[in-house]
Design a protein around this ligand. Sequence first.
Ligand code: GCW
Length: 700
Amino acid sequence: MTSPDPPGTHPAWLPPEAFRPIGSRRTLVLGDGLLTETVHDEAARACARYGGHVHRHTRNEPYDLVLALTTAEPLPGPAQTVLDEFRSTTGPPANTIGGEGYLTARRHGVTTVLADDAAGLLYGLFHVVRLGERAFTEERPPERHAPTMRRRMLDHWDNVDIHPVMGQVERGYAGGSLFWRDGAPRGDLARVRDYARLLAACAVNAISVNNVNVHATEALLLTDRLGDVAAIADVLRPYGIRVHLSVSFASPVTLGRLPSADPLDEDVRKWWADVTERVYDTIPDFGGYVVKADSEGQPGPFAYGRDHADGANLLAEALEPFGGVVHWRAFVYNHRQDWRDRSTDRARAAHDHFAPLDGRFRDNVILQVKHGPIDFQAREPVSPVIAAMPATHLAVELQVTQEYTGQQRHVCYLAPMWREVLGFRPWGPDGPAVADVAGGVSGNGGGLVGVSNVGDDPYWTGHPLAQANLYAFGRLAWAPWTDPAAILDEWIDLTFTPAATGDTEPAATRETERLRHILHTIMDDSWRTYERYTAPLGVGFMVRPGHHYGPDVDGYEYTPWGTYHFADRDGVGVDRTRATGTGFSGQYPPAWSEVYESLDRCPDDLLLFFHHVPYGHVLHSGSTVIQHIYDTHFAGAGQAVEAGRRWEEAAGLVDPSLHARVTDLLAEQIRCAGEWRDQITTYFFRKSGKPDTRGRHISR
Ligand code: GCW
């Protein structure tokens, strides 16, 4: 990296100017409680900078902005009018705003935000920040906003100790951890506080602060080092964020010196109950536990002949008296598979293990399911587990950290992929979507979880444009039907061009629009670009084993990890049909099971996930598989070059150090995309002997 870092921490989507519209006006904040104080402090800080005023009690003077809890009495006239208007149009029982929700309107020159609880008031404040000057210029009827997902959670894969292979943050591409350094808490709670603000501004309300792979030191966070967790919780609390902890299933043995961690053993149950009580004595609003069990070497209930319902219920029972939840991960598969064994299919594993357990989990268990059946690849079908467990609370897990999508060296705006996942309807067009399942439309929603992409890097996410993924994660968890391009606009407005600058000179407006256009050109389609130059047609992996960066077509082909493509001289792909393959396609409800099973109906972009086909197989697009591989790889690598060219045009429109950082990263993306193109095209040319019909250069 040659570019200079910014002088301090980059403010991401909360630069001071974003608060100018509020900070230069008269605001009234009404209500009690910690989060209402946060709302007041935010407004007061903005006013100190921009000359406005904020009051905590109604005075006989006009206000531009009223932020009030509905329980605060008496509401000032304009706010009461808005509430009455809302209630008269909705009528009971829908006339409450609801937990974490807010009502916003602008009537007679007063902008009003009302909420039933203070978290809603905080989210309403950030709504006003997003609107910028528009919040104070246009009359608006009452609009109610409320989150689709109750829990909007980020999992940090942060280690306390530096792990010899995975380092301080497993799959972290943004420097060290915000919480831990070299075996100890970092102590830089100011940075954690800034992080909490950023997360509150996109409505994330839960964080787990350590890796799901729980090593010896990290295990102690539950007991001896609980104070370190409490210190983080204290800083996150004013922003409405609860702390969760990843725990080891073996804790009763490793920490409690019991002979067993058997979930049905009385002493084990008592151990968890006692430990959990101590956790809540220290952190009364503690969120709960996250568990990776019987997965990639982590301990779990299988060692005792028990199943995952027994395991999850053990922890749920301990948490239940305090209102805590256990996020139990469904990422369970055999990572010691024999590659010669064609009957085992890693894609099947989560459904095979968990679907039979539906109905057996306690009410405070949330089964946390990766969005795809394998492992966060750039293209996978939606996990069939999501449709298979109607009597279980399900959370969908997304990977915000770009392990398999360019490791924050490549631009890869992931919101379009997530939006596709959330909008997928497993039961067919008339059934509910994934967002409805996770959001609890049918009463069993467990929310959305993202693996965080943040570290102690000055830009938070290494690649400055990867900030958009973090922002979009929160926004989609709040409102999963939002258009990813609209989310990108919000992020651009806040981060680069706060409307708050109030600079409406035509030249400034033109520059703003130019930058917006450049960023959309580079980012809107960047996930598909990445898909084009990496593994084709949903087949997945083909990455370098271990660190997972860059191409290595056969890197995993003869390993125990269960991620194979089966390319030979005739064809490529994994036969997961019921008729002749592993039967995975049968794990879906009929609407999709039939589509995936059928070679004719299977969507092109998932063809090699479900079928092994000859290179000459003709896709719906009209192209053959081999020609598609050549075309997409030349196109994708070309699009990376084009992104680099477009970014040059942004020089002078963004901060120079940010521009330089992105320039450096784009150079690496262009190099790496070229390497992908060359390895993939050469590999398949050598295997198939089929030339590129367009005669482009392919190394032999
Ligand atoms: O994708 C894989 C990663 C592992 C990770 C695992 C998981 C935390 O390569 O590093 O472990 O997923 O989700 O548990």
